[in-house]
Ligand binder design. Sequence first.
Ligand SMILES: Cc1cc2nc3c(=O)[nH]c(=O)nc-3n(C[C@H](O)[C@H](O)[C@H](O)COP(=O)(O)OP(=O)(O)OC[C@H]3O[C@@H](n4cnc5c(N)ncnc54)[C@H](O)[C@@H]3O)c2cc1C
Length: 295
Amino acid sequence: MTEFLIIGAGIAGLTLGRELSATFGADSVVLLEKSKGLGGRLATRRGESTRFDHGTPEIPPHTLALLGISSGDFLFEGATSLAKHLSLGLRVEKNQRVSRLTRDSSRWILTTDEGKTHETRNLILTAPLPQALELLQGNAIRFPESLLSLHYEMAVVALLQGSGIHEEASLVRFQDSELLTLANEQRKGISAAPAWTVTFSPAWSKTHFELSEDSLLNLARETLQRRWPDFSGSIEIKKWRYSRPESSVPSSFEKITEAPALYLAGDAFSIQEDSPGIERSIRSALALSRWLQNG
Ligand SMILES: Cc1cc2nc3c(=O)[nH]c(=O)nc-3n(C[C@H](O)[C@H](O)[C@H](O)COP(=O)(O)OP(=O)(O)OC[C@H]3O[C@@H](n4cnc5c(N)ncnc54)[C@H](O)[C@@H]3O)c2cc1C
């Protein structure tokens, strides 16, 4: 049986795993991640000569400082390289989607889609809150109803390769109804060839999220072409149903059950309403690790 089992190897899960492992030893912590890669919404798409951060577009130095590291501590090749750095020495099992949760008097028993089981005394869920609650509901685990009122923005993201976009800054934030950010991945230093990542606004993304793949690509192309008529090249679309929380639960994490314990943590939780997503996830994970260390 594992002492601490963390569902999700995004920035929250990895931060928590790292802290708990430093205090209780690497053998006491396991992370289960449903994807084949690490990082969750720290996501980097690699092409032959291009790289795109198609989740969060930047990780500022003060965010790294919360983790006690700086960009010089590891080779920064996009957002996922931070996840890889944080995972060093941790036991992370990838391609493990947890779908079933049961408990007895002393432990949680988790079952993955593949039928593998894991046991733990302390279970921590770091998925975006609506996904975490879905897992609880699907397993008849009760939680405060107020948590259901927290919603996330949707994000449609376009990965552009080619030429003809002449914005100077490495990251442009827009204040309009169609676009949220444009990141110049070459200027950021992660892409050898010219590459840009455009995140559409939450309103635009929500309106068009369910369009067919082809229709969404055509509409995105028209919208981008209006903004940058000189652009010529290829466009690939990525979608996030849960990108950033619209508000926050006013606590650092949520304890759902006593021993065996179940906690929720991640970017839904914040005592500082205006802090950005990654920072919230890190602060939530650090607060929960302190709580667990104080036993
Ligand atoms: C397009 C976009 C733009 C953004 N822009 C910004 C920004 O400008 N500034 C900012 O601060 N933040 C931004 N964010 C938000 C930021 O990326 C997130 O707040 C942060 O990365 C969340 O980390 P997390 O670990 O809490 O959650 P996640 O990264 O979502 O990690 C949760 C992990 O749990 C896994 N998981 C879920 N369910 C299961 C299951 N049943 N079994 C196993 N594993 C499971 C998921 O695969 C995922 O890897 C942006 C996000 C997106 C998508």
